[in-house]
Design a protein around this ligand. Structure first.
Ligand SMILES: *Cc1c(COP(=O)(O)O)cnc(C)c1O
Length: 363
């Protein structure tokens, strides 16, 4: 496997090699059944075993308590932006939203279509986001059905290192780009959701971990297919699930468990953060990170070079050196290195070394 690149794509993103190799090995003949897992019925015992294993691995790795249920849904995190307010809004209140980036804004827009959400905080300055708000800045409503945050801002490179205290109001987090980056106390959340394609698998499935009482509380004046209760009742097999995506999630979770689970993953992720932010901060101002230090994300690292021309050159030369996906999001420009769980310390070190060499010859 000499031709695999270091993949810094934001999503779909790098997958752990052992998870891919396992899929390759099982691809044509899944566990002696004479067909691939994709060709099995989603109601047959072979797929059901994979489905159950994915749920139990996630439950074990993350310590999901009995009060919560794991769901596998479709439509991406974007569909959750719509179905969360559809299910949980009250006639008076459409949820408190903490706006820390483009994805929170999109979630808020959907909430406005079906109800009356409230903006609890908005850290944008002239359309840019460079920080996470402090607890004291949050204007929370006492009667909100939930508080919605984006735990990691994939585009702007900021991340909640501590979660807000929302009292008795359920906290909902879009963890699409940082679920499983470290141990997390699930009991503190009403709901956690994540499009799988960043940190937990391929595209096609959304992982949801939701408090059972909130599932039950969901409104009944919406189509059945959009009710969390419909999918919860059928263990996420109400309709045909993206079986191959769930299978790959299973492979990623098995790899995560084998490599030491979340404590080991957190250690590795923090190390990666130190390496790359060290390269930025130690560059004497050649590389600059627009994000405030205590809001810096260890999943998506954004930085700038002295000019756009140099940024373009940086991306092109990095690609020649076997590192792809470094171009920043089109709305913000610059460089973005997405260093999810599947990107190892060695890959990040390779980038840091490249940054040093590039600065020397272009400084
Ligand atoms: C990528 C992303 C989304 C959108 O996910 P889809 O699955 O494409 O709908 C939402 N929120 C965050 C934080 C993301 O990073």
């Amino acid at each position: 496997m000499t031709n695999r690149v270091v993949n810094f794509n934001a999503g779909p993103a790098a997958l752990p090699l052992p998870a891919l190799e396992r899929a390759q090995k099982e691809f044509l003949d899944f566990q002696g059944t004479g067909m691939s897992i994709m060709e099995h019925s989603h109601r047959g015992k072979d797929y059901e075993k994979v489905h159950g294993e994915a749920i139990s691995l996630l439950t074990e790795i993350l310590g999901v308590p009995d009060t919560h249920q794991v769901l596998f849904l479709q439509g991406g995190a974007s569909q959750m932006f719509a179905t969360i307010p559809m299910n949980l809004r009250t006639d008076e209140h459409g949820g408190d939203y903490v706006i820390t980036g483009a994805w929170s804004q999109k979630a808020l827009e959907e909430a406005k279509i079906v109800g009356k959400p409230h903006v609890a905080a908005d850290t944008s300055v002239e359309g840019k986001f460079t920080r996470i708000p402090k607890q004291s800045e949050l204007k929370l409503s006492a009667n909100a059905p939930y508080v919605h945050i984006t735990s990691n801002n994939t585009i702007f490179g900021t991340q909640f290192m501590e979660f807000p205290n929302t009292g008795s109001v359920p906290l909902i987090a879009d963890m699409s780009s940082d679920i499983l980056w470290r141990p997390t106390d699930v009991s503190k959340f009403g709901m956690i959701y994540a499009g799988a394609q960043k940190n937990i698998g391929p595209s096609g499935v959304v992982v949801v971990i939701m408090r059972k009482d909130l599932i039950e509380k969901g409104r009944k004046d919406i189509p059945k297919i959009f009710r969390y209760s419909t999918h919860a009742k059928e263990n996420s097999l109400y309709n045909t699930i993206p079986t191959f995506s769930v299978y790959m999630v299973r492979n990623v979770l098995a790899w995560l468990k084998e490599t030491g689970g979340l404590p080991a993953m957190e250690k590795q992720n923090r190390k990666k953060g130190e390496v790359i932010y060290g390269a930025i901060d130690g560059s004497g101002g050649y590389y600059t990170c627009p994000v405030e230090k205590d809001s810096r994300s260890v999943m998506n690292v954004v930085f700038r070079l002295p000019s756009e021309e140099l940024e373009e050159k940086f991306v092109n030369e990095a690609k020649k050196a076997g590192m792809v996906g470094l171009k920043g999001h089109r709305s913000v420009g610059g460089i973005r290195a997405s260093i999810y769980n599947a990107v190892g310390v060695d890959g990040v070190q390779k980038l840091a070394d490249f940054m040093g060499t590039f600065k020397k010859s272009n400084g």
